[in-house]
Write a protein that binds this ligand. Structure first.
Ligand SMILES: [Zn+2]
Length: 361
């Protein structure tokens, strides 16, 4: 079968590899669609970060590069390993792509398995990936979805779970006013979750195309251009001088963090959902004088059932966030290059490893 494999910085190859089989307790999945994530771009441009190298296994599993990429995917059950009785071949599924050490409590009441030591992701640290025709995944991480959810939209359930977990961490509730810095995929999906909850969303974004996408997709009530207006002042005007209840940092840009601090009301919550590759020059005095509550968020923990329900019930429509469906062969040319050099025109580009369902050329 064909797979996109990470060898190292700027070195991803589409190769023919052996098909996996489902071992005991594993589910073999035919991948339908796999999204390209900002994390994949970081691995390509600045990595390896989560990925191993040929000489150094970064993961406790001992896997070394090359590893198959892709952690945002949907598919169809192709075979069941020994001991699995609660799924059937043909079921449509998504994957919560964790690689966790044996013995980690991953039960339904766990609130911290995503923070356990040695945590890594399928499609980054090893374990196969969604940028291949097939992969085998432990039953624990496979979530069945209703066949009414189109499989291209289902590939966005993973990043939607990232957004959902961040919103949950923020404590946002109906009637609140939230401001989001950045209308990339995570900023937009965070807006979609907030609006489904009944929160009013203001998004700040430099790109006019992305501001328009935020409004058209239903991710935001207001979209502001931080180069043209004073975002903090606009937010104060919108809230009768009070300030936003909650702010989400989705860019890892210092100026955005500073703006969000100014846009928040006293005792507001600042939720950081972006990955910072550098230290922040944080204004601690502002935090003290407004008693701001600063929180971080990474991944998801037992969030997939609620997220799948949001999509199945139609409370969130993922279709507007898909801006391309490409073949595996076009991963670098039409996928990575578009997201690196022309990212204001794209939100989520999906890859179809089988070639089924790609956009007409
Ligand atoms: Zn991702």
């Amino acid at each position: 079968m064909r797979a996109a494999r990470y060898y190292g910085n700027k070195d991803i190859r589409i190769e023919e590899i052996d098909e996996p089989t489902a071992g005991a307790g594993e589910v073999l999945i035919d991948v339908a669609f796999c999204g390209i994530c900002g994390t994949d771009l970081h691995e390509y441009l600045d990595g390896p970060i989560f990925c191993p190298t040929p000489d150094t296994p970064t993961s406790w599993t001992g896997e070394t590069a090359p590893v198959t990429l892709g952690h945002e995917f949907s598919g169809v059950v192709a075979a069941l390993g020994e001991g699995i009785t609660d799924l059937e071949v043909g079921d449509t599924v998504v994957v919560e792509p964790y690689i966790l050490k044996d013995g980690t409590d991953t039960g339904p009441d766990s609130t911290d398995y995503h923070l356990s030591e040695g945590m890594n992701f399928i499609g980054l640290g090893g374990g196969g990936g969604g940028l291949a025709e097939k992969l085998a995944v432990r039953r624990r991480w496979v979530h069945k979805i209703d066949p009414s959810i189109p499989l291209d939209q289902a590939a966005l359930i993973e990043p939607l779970a990232v957004a959902y977990h961040g919103v949950q961490r923020s404590g946002a509730k109906a009637g609140d006013i939230a401001v989001i810095g950045g209308a990339g995929p995570i900023g937009l999906l965070t807006g979609a979750v907030l609006r489904a909850l009944g929160v009013t969303v203001v998004i700040s974004e430099l790109s006019s195309l992305r501001r328009q996408k935020a409004l058209d997709s239903g991710a935001a009530d207001h979209a502001l251009d931080p180069a043209a207006v004073d975002v903090a002042q606009e937010v104060h005007d919108l809230t009768g001088g009070k300030g936003a209840d909650i702010a989400f940092e989705a860019t890892s840009v210092q100026a955005v963090l500073d703006t969000l601090m100014d846009a928040l009301r006293p005792t507001g919550v600042l939720l950081n959902i972006s990955i910072w590759g550098h230290r922040s020059d944080f204004d601690m005095h502002k935090l003290v004088m407004k008693e701001i509550d600063l929180r971080g968020s990474i991944g998801y923990v037992n969030n997939h059932p609620a997220v799948i329900e949001l999509v199945e019930s139609g409370k969130i429509d993922l279709a507007p966030f898909i801006t391309g469906r490409i073949q595996l062969e076009d991963l670098i040319d039409k996928g990575f290059d578009t997201l690196i050099h022309r990212n204001e025109t794209a939100v989520k580009i999906l890859v179809s490893p089988s070639g089924k369902g790609v956009d007409p050329a």
